[in-house]
Write a protein of this length. Sequence first.
Length: 554
Amino acid sequence: MGICITDTYGLILEANSAFSKITGHTLNNLRKKHFDFLFSLPDNAALKATVHEALSFKGEWEGEIRDARKDGTIFTVWMNVSKVPTEGNLDSYYVFCLYDITASKVSQEEIHHLAYFDSLTQLPNRRKLNDRLSRILSTMPRSHFHGAALFIDLDNFKSLNDTKGHAAGDQLLIEVGNRLQRTVREGDTVARVGGDEFVVLLGELSADLAEASHQANTIGTKILNALSQPYTLDDFEFNCSASIGINIFGHGDLAQEVFQHADMAMYQAKKNGRNSLCFYDPLMKESATAYANLEQELGRAMEFDQLALFFQPQFDYAGKILSAEALLRWFHPSRGLLEPAEFISIAEDSGLIVPIGFWVIECACEQIRRSASDPALCKLQIAINVSARQFQDPDFVRKTFQLVQISGIDGSMLKLELTESMMHNIDQVREKMEKICELGIRFSLDDFGTGYSSLASIIKLPLEQLKIDQIFIRNMLSNPGDTIVVKTIIAMAHSLGMNVIAEGLETEEEKHFLKDLGCSSYQGYLLSPPLPLPLFENLCQQHANFPTPAHTLA
Ligand code: C2E
Ligand code: MG
Ligand code: MG
């Protein structure tokens, strides 16, 4: 503890070495010095006056002082001063006690920094951002300006992290932070709020909403441009873009909604195509709420027995039913029959596709088991669709084994339709497929031609069938490019020893055209729509009882 004693005028009589160390003045230097030197920084002028006043009226003062040492470095002390009266009421002395709290102040600042700033980019974090927003919102009733929150998400950060490692990812994030800071004005806030998510908070935009939107749009466009310039990372160049959601806010808006709405707009920007920006629109909130409700209801759909499989028969050219594709339907309690387009992507995004997918396998197995004793149905293979998310589930192989073995069916009656979108890690995919093949299960490649799978990877896979996507079938008679695609797929399937099926067949002309190209199986509304189980079974019975008339053949 630093101690010094002054005379009644405040001139130092004695000081100890701790006092000299805290203040940076030698003992000699301190003698006869007025204690005012403890308030040398201009910011401390008011504090000095307060201390003088307290000493003359009460004879004591206690409080914190942050000032400069002789060498200019900063110290912080807790100071306690009291007047010591002398006998006979002659002049009194003052005793100053200084507790050095500089070190704990520094660590407090460090703690503050850790709590409010992102350690990688040194940008404010979500907590600090919330503080800033509260401050902006609290000044809004007085001024009529608008603010804007720009929610920024990098479009291809994950691929960099996955292929080049986290160190490269970190470098990119730091550079993104720098570019963002260079793009906005000094008073604006750039924060990092998640892995590759940043928020720019703009205050003091125009009071006119249209003009404020224009200003935010200009800055958003600048940011898109800055972030899409190539990045030089270590020894390689990386291209990245961002999606930005913008929410303009004003007096009366709720803090928690400001970022939520910007986030929703960002998702819309991603949907619209990357490297773009999108403004929040209240309709988005409605559709986000509807989406969340549907997701919740879908979570309960299995439990309430609302899911069903429809069956779309697959024919040979002569009209004989060879197999059927099981297609999921949802009998929604208030919206009626829903097709996959309305709920499969929700199931995929939420992960519900995993349990639903297993339910589909279980149902298909049950159907095959029931059909085994029926001459009209026992030879029909059932195909089911498998989503990428479901196939990648670590438990997929084990659970499929379990379901197929419990049902006791002949595995070769079941076919799994995979899509090109899941062919990223081809060796892993092949390993899983080969394991499943041990059950006798067959594989078809659905929507073929729409993805980017290479011939080299396809020939490695144990596929039985290629399924030409309906988009090519629809256009092959009018578009020469699509004719070539269809011809090539059929020729390729033949040379790889696979069979080939055309889906989405709607006209006789398409069917004849495909036959001439050597297509072996057909599926589409021309022949039959997907049917509920009883109707599908009826159709199969009719076909079994009344073989296709000869005149419809060939
Ligand atoms: P997909 O596997 O390519 O199925 C073919 C889709 O084409 C089905 O739509 C079918 O009803 C429709 N379709 C059949 N013939 C015609 C035709 O002649 N013209 C036209 N325009 N369309 C035809 P659906 O049932 O709406 O299923 C859509 C997609 O949903 C399926 O495409 C599949 O990717 C997915 N899906 C369906 N069921 C399941 C399932 O159980 N699990 C998973 N993961 N996905 C499923
Ligand atoms: Mg399919
Ligand atoms: Mg398909």
